[in-house]
Design a protein around this ligand. Structure first.
Ligand code: COA
Length: 327
């Protein structure tokens, strides 16, 4: 790798399962309403994986689109990184290995990354590190995929209305082009209160595991953390990269709750219309959220080469972070 080289995103892809579940559909089964969900979260619908689909199926769909858009053959990939907490297998093998086999990426190393909704942000930086370490690095495929429908308690209105399924993918390549590529990432964790947002099951002994593999959340605590974290990430980049708010083309936030995004916006000097949002249609797809949003923004034609895009996310762990990318 030459010192002036950066890692750029050369192709994106997204996949949403065909089954679309509206708020009214949920209200038919649960003590909730379209008005409550939309006013408290901004969510109108979510897409749910079919009974015969798996997370790897969704990842493959998104990955193939990203590879095609990048003009990269799977056989040329150097790494496949999958950000997920809802794997096809519980534990191992990783979803990245399954995807490697599906794609026939015979030269690729493959690993999963577990950072919940911040998983894609973490994965981009891990990929960047690997590519900078590995002289003459091949392209890397990074996928965020999540089947949240399989771990939410569909009887718990506090959580189930928030989530959806999907996958988003990005192909990364080294570039010497001036004004393109990932400038920096910011990765943080606050792991001292894991019960704020966790998935049951697992092997821990303290407290002993008694519950099923279902998501649990203290919504108000997560809300407060999220607003602070999302804003901190963007302010960090403005300060450390010495950027003016006008230089930022888009902020692509984790699509968790529109009220979180609006509260974070108020703490930032960036114009609200620069925040990309698709939560109304996709809900919170965890690790797939940011790459799905990037793929949709990319496909919309609103992005130009060299645009400055800042991602900002948070999730269980608690984790948070972002990436500053010259598109
Ligand atoms: N439909 C109708 N009522 C609901 C409801 C639903 N789907 N979910 C909760 N309520 C009720 C509550 O039971 C509560 O009723 P009560 O006052 O009788 O007890 C009332 O609405 C208000 O609950 P509250 O928790 O104060 O709502 P809120 O304004 O904090 O919104 C969340 C709840 C979950 C939407 C909000 O806290 C949130 O988005 N938190 C962050 C979650 C998140 O982003 N998680 C993912 C992290 S990656």
């Amino acid at each position: 790798m030459k010192s002036e080289q950066r890692v750029k995103i050369s192709g994106t892809g997204g996949y949403l399962p065909a089954r679309r579940v509206t708020n009214d559909d949920l209200a038919a089964e649960l003590d909730t309403s379209h008005d409550w969900i939309v006013s408290h979260t901004g969510i109108c619908a979510r897409h749910i994986m079919a009974a015969d689909e798996s997370p790897c199926d969704m990842a493959e769909r998104a990955a193939r689109v990203a590879l095609e858009r990048a003009g990269v053959a799977a056989a040329d990939l150097g790494y496949i990184i999958v950000a997920t907490t809802t794997q096809d297998y519980s534990g191992f093998p990783s979803t990245a290995c399954l995807l490697q086999g599906r794609l026939g990426a015979t030269q690729a190393g493959a690993l999963d990354i577990s950072a919940a909704c911040t998983g894609f942000v973490y994965s981009l930086e891990v990929a960047r590190g690997l590519m900078h370490c590995d002289r003459g690095a091949r392209p890397t495929l990074v996928v965020g995929v999540e089947a949240m429908s399989r771990i939410v308690d569909w009887k718990d209105r506090n959580t189930c209305v928030l989530f959806g399924d999907g996958a988003g993918a990005a192909v990364l390549e080294l570039t010497s082009e001036a004004g393109r590529g990932i400038l920096a990432s910011y990765l943080r964790a606050e792991g001292s209160n894991p019960d704020t947002l966790y998935c049951g099951g697992g092997l821990r002994t303290q407290p002993p595991v008694t519950e099923a593999r279902l998501a649990h959340m203290n919504g108000r605590v997560v809300f407060g953390f999220a607003v602070k974290a999302m804003a901190e990430v963007v302010l960090h980049f403005l300060e450390t990269l010495q950027l003016s708010p006008e230089q930022v083309s888009f902020v692509v936030p984790h699509q968790a709750n529109i009220r979180i995004l609006q509260a974070a916006q108020k703490r930032l000097p960036i114009a609200p219309e620069k925040f990309f949002m698709n939560i109304a249609e996709v809900a919170n797809t965890s690790a797939a959220s940011i790459p799905l949003a990037l793929a949709e923004l990319d496909r919309s034609g609103r992005l130009r080469a060299g645009d400055l895009v800042i991602t900002t996310g948070f999730g269980a762990g608690l984790t948070y972070g972002g990436n500053a990318i010259l598109w």
